[in-house]
Design a protein around this ligand. Structure first.
Ligand SMILES: Cc1ncc(COP(=O)(O)O)c(C=O)c1O
Length: 398
């Protein structure tokens, strides 16, 4: 047998990936990547057991609305499954333009651009505009897509204390006046459920010439008239330059959007690498978002039910003495403070047929390890009673 002249050298990257501690722990305890066998509204089936979903971002519960389902399937029949191309080249269709005009009108903006993911849209809202030499002022708790975008932009990043206008003001005082600046905040913080102190933050941004980007992934559908989001909630005008967000929460689809003045959206379409080099959103997902947007305006009962459920759910958790990090919205964390406690609590809920998601440091600040829950307009009174019993049981296991 002929021997190879060259011995095979080890691949350091493969070894590092194989030794990765986080992956080993994930495979051992299996807290993530659960593939549910079926779903109908808030009810899911996991490992042969029926459970209540308590961590979805389907705030308005539209993902099972008959009109949304019909729009989704109908679009594929008319347009096929995908445009298989980027918007700038062969991927633009009239339904993209119609959806963009609808979102822009809903948010009171001149123009909008949609893409295949909220991650991509939010990333492009920051990375297409900020450049090397600029200064980005970002809340300490912004979503990872915005963090990644600040890195991509090559701008210098200053992080201010979470939702703290005084800290933003103090940081801005020490910065050069003439350097181009961007302020990056979220409307509703997805883990904490906090509403952004937007009036004060945007005002400070204005005083210092900041271009303000608001990621309202969790504000759209939840806050403001008919779910128009955080800007509408505070009745603010154009102090916010760009609003970006996701179609995968209240809009029951997948995809993302950036809305702003026509000039800014035209600039984004020329300069956003996320837009230029990625295929367009599919017909089915665009039609889904479009139908959801119509329903948000024609069926107010979903938003009403969402807030009724949110109030009841928050009171239930507070009554059990749980720390909900002062959440003000349907995204409600249960802060337990260590990964061991989080794991036990999460397991106890699972045992009682309630599905939630664990979030541990570094995904959350140290000492804030939590169970991320979210209530939906679709949760029935019976669901909420079952959830209350499961929560009481989990508290007793601590
Ligand atoms: C605040 C925020 N921005 C952006 C995104 C990304 O949205 P998508 O899941 O549509 O990519 C998310 C999703 O978790 C989010 O919570």
């Amino acid at each position: 047998m002929a021997l190879s002249l060259f011995s095979k050298s080890k691949k350091a990257i493969i070894e590092r990936a194989q030794d990765d501690y986080a992956t080993k722990m994930r495979l051992k305890y299996k807290p993530y990547y659960h593939a549910m066998e079926s779903q109908s509204g808030t009810r899911i089936r996991l490992n042969g057991r029926d459970m209540i979903m308590l961590s979805s971002n389907d705030y308005l519960g539209l993902s099972f609305h008959p009109k949304v389902i019909e729009a989704c399937g109908g679009a594929a029949k008319v347009w096929g499954t995908s445009t298989t191309g980027a918007r700038i080249s062969n991927g633009s269709r009239s339904y993209h333009v119609e959806l963009e005009e609808k979102i822009a009108a809903f948010l009171g903006r001149e123009a909008c651009h949609v893409s295949v993911a909220g991650y991509i849209s939010c990333c492009s809202a920051v990375a297409s505009f900020a450049q090397k030499g600029d200064l980005i002022l970002a809340d300490k708790n912004i979503h990872s897509c915005l963090v990644d975008a600040t890195r991509l932009s090559m701008a210098t990043v200053e992080r201010f204390s979470h939702n703290n206008p005084e800290d933003l003001r103090a940081i801005l005082k020490g910065l050069p006046h003439n350097t181009p600046k961007m302020l990056v905040v979220e409307g509703v913080y997805s883990m904490e459920g906090h509403i952004c102190r937007l009036p004060e933050l945007a005002q400070i941004g204005e005083e210092h010439g900041c271009f303000t980007v608001l990621d309202d992934a969790h504000g759209i559908g939840v806050l403001g008239r008919q779910g128009r989001g955080t800007v509408d909630h505070f009745k603010l005008g154009d102090q916010v330059d760009l609003v970006c967000g996701s179609l995968s929460k209240s809009l029951a689809s997948t995809g993302g959007f950036v809305a702003g003045s026509r000039a800014m959206i035209d600039y984004l379409r020329t300069n956003s690498r996320q837009t230029l080099f990625s295929a367009a959103i599919s017909p089915a997902m665009a039609a889904t978002a479009s139908a959801s947007l119509d329903l948000m305006q024609s069926e107010p009962q979903h938003l009403e039910r969402l807030w009724k459920n949110t109030k009841r759910y928050r009171e239930m958790l507070k009554g059990l003495g749980l720390d909900i990090w002062e959440s003000e919205t349907p995204a409600v964390p249960i802060v337990l403070g260590s990964k061991e406690l989080v794991y036990r609590f999460w397991n106890a809920l699972l045992d009682q047929g309630v599905f939630t998601v664990m979030s541990i440091a570094p995904a959350v600040p140290p000492g804030k390890d939590l169970i991320r829950t979210a209530v939906s307009a679709l949760h029935s009174d019976e669901d909420l009673e079952k959830i209350a019993a499961a929560m009481a049981y989990a508290v007793k296991q601590m």
